[in-house]
Design a protein around this ligand. Structure first.
Ligand SMILES: Cc1cc2nc3c(=O)[nH]c(=O)nc-3n(C[C@H](O)[C@H](O)[C@H](O)COP(=O)(O)OP(=O)(O)OC[C@H]3O[C@@H](n4cnc5c(N)ncnc54)[C@H](O)[C@@H]3O)c2cc1C
Length: 424
């Protein structure tokens, strides 16, 4: 077994969307970047495969949108949320996002490969099947990183390090970056096929049986469906059932309702945790930054984190580049910027999540969303990171919130009654 020593200017640990976006941007700015990942690419990542409008926007900025579309990503223009009592709201994404008014669905094995190849194509050196096992620090500074690959141990002595290792927190705990008790969303997903299913779907269900949690059905409209469930970590309330069992029951309920038809399991049910604990820890220090899910950056309502991983990776790269140009080795500016940009969003999302786990309230909120376009637009803009949470204090939002019966509803009911009377 050989011992190798490497001295890159910048080391990026983890080649998921967060690490690869950061590595790509830094290589584009002329830096010497080494990207390491424990896996060999292309690799699967257990995920719902949904790319939010925010992710679509960032992919466009990175020049990757055409490639993602060419890879066969399914475009979805409308999302639907269904509550525990069956109230359902469908809303076109364009009601709150004009520039990129759609979501995409593409299996992660393809998506991550595109983002990672893009970084390698920009000149990033890469080592795959190399697992980082130890991060040594002196004071706040990372001095040495020890990794193991097929050829043996590799010592890496980077000037700067970006950590993008995703949900698993063991390495971060061992190196003293995490001191809090990390709580995870437990989630499972599986691929299903139904060749009759031609309608693209971006559906969330806040089922009784999943409270406090949710299920999703994402479909590209070509017969492939990604279906999954996530259970929020709420003591005393959360079910102890396994997520794979909950997923099977979730699919059966949707079949009974006629939403899914005759779906067939097209692969194993896979479980993986989700970290939603931003901003519980420091994400930048003397010569290091933490991006993506390793920083807890996952939407605590929907479990979406690809968009935040890409965004935080690009922010980290910009700030690191500026700091290097100015001869600064302290990257606390990144900490400030992600807190400013995502802190209020997470506060708002947690309030929304706490509302959504109260069954009656969920359906009341969905009922209101059916009646009031402004309210729907506001809730969706906030929950997808396109508007600040304080928008709920807009006078029109407050009036909407306390107006469950509207003229539109009354007119619709009259029309329905007339139609019923007219049918023989
Ligand atoms: C069931 C499920 C469904 C989800 N659905 C969605 C969805 O529909 N839409 C959405 O936007 N998000 C979804 N998410 C969240 C999303 O998958 C993550 O938030 C996103 O992948 C985070 O990107 P990342 O780059 O931070 O980390 P990751 O994509 O997890 O990448 C981390 C990389 O680091 C590598 N790594 C880890 N440890 C080491 C080590 N010690 N040494 C070297 N390499 C290492 C891993 O191999 C991996 O390649 C879902 C998650 C789950 C579990």
């Amino acid at each position: 077994m050989t011992n190798q020593t490497l001295t890159p200017e910048i080391l990026v640990i983890g080649a998921g969307p967060g690490g690869s976006a950061a590595a790509w941007a830094l290589a584009n700015s002329g830096h010497d970047v080494l990207l390491v990942d424990a896996a060999e690419f292309p690799r699967e990542k257990t995920c719902g495969d949904g790319l939010t409008p925010m992710a679509v926007r960032t992919l466009d900025r990175m020049g990757l949108l055409d490639e993602v579309l060419a890879a066969g990503a399914g475009r979805i223009d409308t999302f639907r949320i269904t509550g525990p009592f069956g109230i359902s709201v469908s809303t076109p994404f364009e009601n709150y996002q004009k520039e990129f008014p759609y979501a995409l669905v593409l299996p992660r094995i393809q998506f991550d490969d595109i983002v990672t190849r893009n970084a390698v194509g920009a000149g990033v050196e890469h080592l795959f099947k190399v697992r980082v096992e130890q991060i040594a620090r002196e004071g706040d500074q990372i001095t040495q990183v020890e990794a193991k690959g097929p050829q043996g141990t590799i010592m890496i002595l980077p000037k700067h390090t970006i950590i993008a290792v995703g949900a698993k927190s063991g390495l971060l705990k061992k190196a003293g970056f995490i001191h809090h008790d990390v709580r995870y969303i437990r989630a499972s997903r599986a691929y299903f096929t139904n060749n009759q299913a031609k309608e693209p779907l971006y559906d969330f269900y806040f089922d009784f049986e999943l409270i406090p949690g949710y299920g999703w059905v994402f479909s590209d409209g070509n017969g492939l469906m990604n279906i999954g469930v996530g259970i929020l970590p709420i003591p005393l309330i959360s079910t102890k059932k396994s997520t794979s069992q909950l997923l099977e029951q979730f699919v059966q309920r949707r079949q009974k309702e006629g939403v899914l038809g005759d779906v067939e399991l097209a692969g194993p049910i896979k479980g993986y945790p989700l970290r939603i604990d931003f901003p519980a820890m420091r994400v930048a220090g003397a010569n290091w930054m933490i991006v993506g899910e390793a920083a807890g950056l996952v939407n605590p309502v929907t479990g979406e984190g690809i968009d935040l991983a890409l965004e935080s990776g690009l922010i980290a790269a910009r700030i690191l580049h500026d700091n290097i140009e100015q001869g600064s080795r302290n990257h606390r500016g990144y900490q400030r910027e992600v807190w400013d940009q995502f802190g209020p969003l997470f506060t708002g999302l947690r309030v929304l999540r706490d509302v959504l786990i109260m069954p009656l309230f969920t359906d009341y909120a969905l009922w209101l969303m059916k009646q009031h376009r402004f309210l729907t637009r506001t809730v969706m803009s906030i929950s997808q990171g396109f508007a600040p949470p304080q928008n709920v204090f807009h006078p029109r939002f407050i009036v909407n919130f306390f107006t469950p019966i509207t003229p539109r509803l009354v007119i619709e009911e009259i029309r329905k009654k007339r139609q019923n009377n007219d049918t023989p």
